[in-house]
Design a protein around this ligand. Structure first.
Ligand code: IPM
Ligand code: MG
Length: 357
């Protein structure tokens, strides 16, 4: 029997609630399927750990995570710890330290969920956003001088390397190639950002030559927001820089009905290190402890994790169960329902137990 060693980092806010739900669903899936199992190991890192130890994770945190097959991550962020500390103390060191350079964010309108756009439903919006996850505007380069004085200065430098851009383009083109429509939109801002973004466009054209069967086009990021809103069916796979894709993926989540269902995978495509799977929604302190967090994003990212681990059929079975439960109207309040986290989780587990395909 195959055993997958998974590190869970539930961390802050609703993170522990949704990760608990995700673990229950994955265990139920493995019990139904047989042939594989999960060995979860929980790490208590996050903002409470920070308050006790003045750091978000131990010095040798990456060392401890290294031997796992994947990382299942909840959310970071606390009202009483600055966001740049929680982000740069835990999530970014894992993404950057493990060179998880491809951030993959699928978006679809799930059945039973009403999106904010008039007359749209499942099938009108089926995208995967590929976010460059190792450099760009999140490279952390820059500094501040003359703090607090009138002449204070701050720089925030975006870094684009040929290696970094070429590898994310290749990942995006090959993902586009694997999808039925074989379409890729390269997002850019090369009219205003005339160095890094112009190189980005040039490398996109070079890599495109390796994928003659992929239809591709380029969009300025501002125009992209309009196209996503007014002509969603014209898009399929999308690749963008770290910051541009951060912004566009929030828009994508909103257009699909809720950030509560949006998943993300931080992937090291070369598999030198464990990849990390998480819901996009964040710690959501306003609903923490109320038992109404939407576990669907976590279930969806669990599907991404299963696919990454090579368990493609179980991933499809889990996604189908989630869609059936959504279609049956068993939804949390963020997507217009009245169900609790536990009710949605139990419904998905029941559906898995009853499924025979
Ligand atoms: C995301 C989030 C993060 C980001 C936040 C929490 C810093 O918005 O995963 O998209 O900007 O990357
Ligand atoms: Mg974001």
């Amino acid at each position: 029997m195959k055993t997958f060693n998974i590190a869970t980092i539930p961390a802050d806010g609703i993170g522990p609630e949704v990760i608990e739900a995700g673990v229950a669903v994955l265990d139920a899936l493995a019990a139904r399927d047989g042939g594989y199992a999960f060995n979860f190991r929980t790490y208590d890192w996050g903002s409470d750990y920070y308050k006790a130890h003045c750091k978000m994770m131990p010095e040798d945190g990456l060392e401890q995570l290294k031997g796992h097959d994947a990382i299942f991550f909840g959310a970071v962020g606390a009202p009483d710890v600055p966001d740049h500390i929680t982000l740069w103390g835990l999530r970014l060191p894992i993404c950057q330290g493990f060179d998880q350079y491809a951030n993959v964010r699928p978006t679809r309108i799930l059945p039973g969920i009403s999106p904010p756009l008039r007359d749209r439903g499942p099938g009108d919006l089926d995208w995967v956003i590929v976010r460059e996850n190792s450099e760009g505007e999140y490279a952390g380069h820059g500094g501040r001088a003359h703090r607090g004085l009138p002449e204070e200065v701050a720089t925030e430098t975006a870094i684009f390397t040929r290696v970094g851009v070429a590898r994310i383009m290749r990942h995006a083109f090959s993902l586009a190639q694997s999808r039925p429509r074989r379409m890729l939109t390269v997002v850019t801002k090369s009219n205003a950002q005339r160095h890094g973004m112009v190189m980005w466009d040039e490398i996109a054209a070079e890599v495109a030559a390796e994928f003659p069967d992929v239809t591709w086009d380029m969009m300025l990021v501002n125009a992209m927001t309009v196209r996503m809103t007014l002509n969603p069916a014209s898009l399929d796979t999308i690749v963008a820089t770290n910051l541009h894709a951060d912004i566009l993926s929030d828009l994508a989540g909103a257009l699909a009905g809720s950030l509560g269902v949006a998943p993300t995978a931080n992937i090291d495509p070369e598999r030198r290190f464990p990849s990390m799977f998480e819901p996009i929604h964040g710690s959501a302190f306003d609903i923490t402890g109320k038992g109404i967090a939407n576990p669907v994003a976590t279930f969806w990212t669990a599907c991404q994790m299963l696919e990454h681990l090579g368990e493609v059929v179980p991933a499809q079975r889990l996604m189908k169960a989630v869609e059936d439960v959504c279609a049956a109207g068993i939804l949390t309040p963020d997507v217009g329902g009245t169900a609790t986290t536990r009710e949605v989780t139990e419904a998905v587990i029941e559906t898995i137990r009853g499924s025979n395909h």
